[in-house]
Ligand binder design. Structure first.
Ligand code: PRP
Length: 220
């Protein structure tokens, strides 16, 4: 069967480390990612056989493209996936992009509020923060930020932050520490629910191939 007769499967990827590590896995499966690795300003790239198409999007938009079915598969951090709350199939833990979602602040700040009535949490993840504290039965005020979240406690905007911690160096450099662990994070392969039915064989083949490469990578 010629490659062109298979349905084209579209991957939504965010530029950067998650995409590069996804290309590493796909290349080991024989998928040509040369163009996708060097996109320039292009946002849609295909392998030479036309069997796999890549669209390059912002990380927080990966779940949106997959949910709408314009991408069949996507690679996204568990943190972004939880925050998006979209009804996607999470089919594989890819094992890279590892970090933790944590509550962080000044030591001893886990319960206290500073100068305001309600406990304030600064975060890029308002939905995760809401459900985390709702599960604890704790009323909070969420302050949504889009970067440099560590500034929250440092400058007195919030009592704590909910954010990802990788090396811990940003926290340390700002005199902050992890107060509570929320969950572990790593890159996940997600799949559109309809695509899994309509392109079943081709998608199964890609998922199985990626799963094999992930377990091989874990053994080295
Ligand atoms: C992320 C995150 C932390 C930092 C954690 O920010 O929000 O600030 O990385 O990494 P570390 O534990 O290795 O220091 P990012 O670099 O994405 O920038 P941002 O603050 O602009 O979101």
């Amino acid at each position: 069967m010629r490659e062109m007769e298979k349905p084209t499967v579209t991957f939504a990827l965010s530029k950067g480390r998650l995409a590069e590590q996804t290309f590493d896995l796909l290349e080991r499966m024989g998928v040509d990612c040369t163009d996708a690795r060097n996109p320039g300003r292009r946002l849609v790239l295909e392998d030479k056989a036309g069997a796999v198409r890549f669209i390059l999007v912002k990380p927080s938009d990966v779940p949106t493209y997959v949910d709408h079915g314009v991408a069949d598969l996507g690679v996204v951090g568990k943190d972004t996936l939880m925050e998006a709350g979209r009804p996607l199939y999470e089919v594989l833990d890819l094992g890279f992009g590892r970090c933790r979602l944590c509550i962080a602040g000044y030591p001893g700040q886990v319960n206290a509020t500073v100068g305001h009535a309600t406990f304030r949490v600064a975060t890029k993840y308002p939905n995760i923060a809401r459900s985390y504290y709702a599960a604890k039965g704790r009323a909070i005020e969420i302050i949504e930020l889009h970067g440099s979240v560590e500034l929250g406690p440092v400058i007195g905007l919030s009592d704590v932050i909910l954010d990802i911690v990788e090396s811990g160096s940003t926290l340390r450099a700002n005199g902050l520490t992890v107060l509570e662990d929320v969950c572990d994070v790593s890159a996940r392969l997600v799949c559109n629910r309809v695509s899994l039915k309509t392109k079943r064989d081709r998608i199964r083949e890609l998922i199985d191939g990626l799963e094999r490469q992930v377990s091989l990578a874990a053994q080295t």
